[in-house]
Design a protein around this ligand. Structure first.
Ligand SMILES: Nc1ncnc2c1ncn2[C@@H]1O[C@H](COP(=O)(O)OP(=O)(O)O)[C@@H](O)[C@H]1O
Ligand SMILES: [Mg+2]
Length: 407
C-alpha cells in the first residue's frame, strides 16, 4: 500500500532537496511538500513526483503546518510520515504530529533533542555521561556556576546550531565581558557548560522505534569551536574504516541508550561526543535528524551505498539493510580567511599529484563566490581509500596544500 509522506521544505534549499528527492524516488509514495515557495518553484525533476503542495509563510508556525498537513491528509486519505530536515523545524513538527496523530517524534521527545539543557538533564538522569551544565537567567547564577565548575567554560544558546554564538570563556573577566554583551534573562537564558578537554567526534545511528539498527562515527580535526575561533584552520572530518573495535565499545552502548532515553522514534540521529583526555566519554549533543557537513556523503562513500536512499527507505517504509563498510572516507573543507569573496584557489596541482587518486568528489570555491558564514568554508574535497591512515594523511595534506585566496 502506498505511503503518504509530507515533507516540510520551507526554502527548497539544495541541502533539503536531496532528502526530498530520496523520498520521491521510492515506489508507492504519495509525496506532499509544504513550503514557503509556490509550486512553480519546485525543481522540474521533482515536479512529476510530487502529489500535493501547500504554500505557507512560516514553517515554524504550528497552526500553519497543521493546516497544510490536514489538507494533504484529507487528499491522501491519511498521513504516514511528516518529515523535515532543518534543525529549527523539529519542535514544530513534533507538535503537529501530536495534534494530527502522526507516528514519529512528538513535541516532548523533540524538545529532548532540541533543548540542550533539557537533553543533558535527561541524559544525566539515566546515568549517561555529559558535560556539567547550567541554564542561567541571571549574572549571579552564571558566576556561581563558573566558580563551582572552574574555567574554562562554554557559553551557548540553549537551542543553537552551527556553533553560532558559542564561546569558550577562560576567566572571570571574559565571563563578565560575555555577560555584558549577552545579558541572560528569564526570556533568553544562556547555557553554560564545563569545557570538555579532549577530541571531538560524531556518531550517527539508524533507529527503528528507538532501537539502534546501525551506526557510524567520525573524528573531527579539530573541534568545530576551535575551527570557529581560528579562521586559518580548514576543518576535516574522517570516518575510519574500522569502527567496530573495543576502542569504541563505550560510545556504542552509550549512544544506543541515549537514543532510547531521549525518545528517538524511527530515523537517523546525529550525535556529537568527546573523548576526554582521561579516556572517558562525554555526550555533547544529539540531533534527531540526519547530519550535515557532508557526513551523509562520507557515509555513502564508505559503504558504496546511497545513504540518502537508505534513510528514506527506513523513515518511509521501515526497512534497512545494514551494508558492509568498504572504505575509510572523509572531507577536507576549503575556507578562505579575510575578505568577502573568493579570488583564487591555490595549491591544486600539488594536491592533485599527492591525493588526486583518492578524490571522489570536489566542490572547489569559485572565484567571486561570497564568503560563507559557516566554519565549513566555501568548498570541500571528499576522499576515500581502504586504509584509514591513507585517508587521514590525504585530508591533512589537502588542507595544508590548498589555500583559498579572498578579496
Ligand atoms: N562543553 C563543551 N566543551 C568543549 N567544547 C564544546 C562544549 N560545548 C560545545 N563545544 C564546542 O562548540 C561546538 C558547538 O557546540 P554545539 O553544542 O555542538 O552546538 P551546535 O548545535 O551549534 O553545533 C562543538 O562542536 C564543540 O566544538
Ligand atoms: Mg554541534
Amino acid at each position: 500500500m502506498a505511503k503518504n509522506v509530507i515533507f516540510v521544505a520551507p526554502n527548497l534549499m539544495p541541502s533539503t532537496l536531496v532528502f526530498v528527492r530520496a523520498v520521491a524516488s521510492l515506489d508507492h509514495v504519495n509525496l506532499g511538500i509544504i513550503s514557503h515557495h509556490p509550486a512553480t518553484a519546485i525543481p522540474a525533476d521533482l515536479k512529476p513526483l510530487v502529489s500535493a503542495h501547500y504554500q505557507i509563510n512560516n514553517a515554524l508556525d504550528v497552526q500553519q503546518v497543521a493546516k497544510a498537513a490536514r489538507f494533504m491528509g484529507a487528499k491522501f486519505g491519511g498521513i504516514d510520515c511528516l518529515i523535515g530536515y532543518l534543525e529549527e523545524l523539529q519542535i514544530t513538527m513534533g507538535e503537529v504530529r501530536d495534534i494530527l496523530g502522526i507516528p514519529g517524534l512528538g513535541k516532548e521527545a523533540s524538545l529532548n533533542f532540541r533543548d540542550k539543557s533539557r537533553m543533558k538533564t535527561v541524559l544525566r538522569q539515566h546515568g549517561l555521561p555529559c558535560a556539567h551544565h547550567a541554564i542561567v537567567s541571571q549574572i549571579s547564577e552564571a558566576i556561581k556556576f563558573c566558580q563551582e565548575i572552574g574555567f574554562p567554560v562554554v557559553a551557548k544558546p540553549p537551542a543553537g546550531l552551527g556553533a553560532r554564538n558559542t564561546y569558550q570563556i577562560n576567566n572571570l573577566s571574559e565571563l563578565k565581558n560575555y555577560l555584558t554583551q549577552h545579558p541572560p534573562s528569564a526570556a533568553v537564558p544562556a547555557l553554560l557548560e564545563e569545557f570538555v578537554q579532549g577530541s571531538e567526534h560524531s556518531y550517527e545511528s539508524m533507529c527503528r522505534n528507538g532501537q539502534t539498527l546501525w551506526h557510524s562515527l567520525t573524528h573531527y580535526y579539530p573541534a568545530p569551536l576551535e575551527v570557529m575561533q581560528n579562521p586559518w584552520i580548514q576543518w576535516c572530518v574522517l570516518l575510519p574504516k574500522e569502527i567496530d573495535g573495543p576502542e569504541y565499545g563505550d560510545i556504542r552502548s552509550v549512544a544506543a541508550r541515549a537514543n532510547q532515553v531521549l525518545g528517538m522514534a524511527t530515523g537517523l540521529t546525529h550525535m556529537e561526543w568527546f573523548r576526554r583526555t582521561d579516556g572517558s566519554l562525554a555526550i555533547s549533543e544529539v540531533g534527531a535528524r540526519p547530519p550535515g557537513a557532508q557526513i551523509m556523503k562520507i557515509i555513502s562513500l564508505a559503504h558504496d551505498v546511497d545513504f540518502y536512499h537508505s534513510w528514506a527507505r527506513l523513515v518511509v517504509q521501515g526497512t534497512f539493510d545494514s551494508p558492509p563498510r568498504k572504505f575509510a572516507a572523509g572531507a577536507a573543507y576549503l575556507r578562505g580567511q579575510k575578505g568577502g569573496r573568493v579570488k583564487a584557489v591555490h595549491g591544486l596541482d600539488q594536491a592533485q599529484k599527492e591525493a588526486g587518486n583518492l578524490v571522489v568528489q570536489a566542490q572547489l570555491p569559485k572565484p567571486g563566490q561570497v564568503k560563507s558564514s559557516s566554519y565549513e568554508g566555501e568548498g570541500y574535497v571528499l576522499v576515500r581509500h581502504e586504509d584509514t591512515e591513507v585517508v587521514k594523511h590525504a585530508l591533512k595534506r589537502l588542507v595544508t596544500l590548498i589555500q583559498v585566496e579572498m578579496e
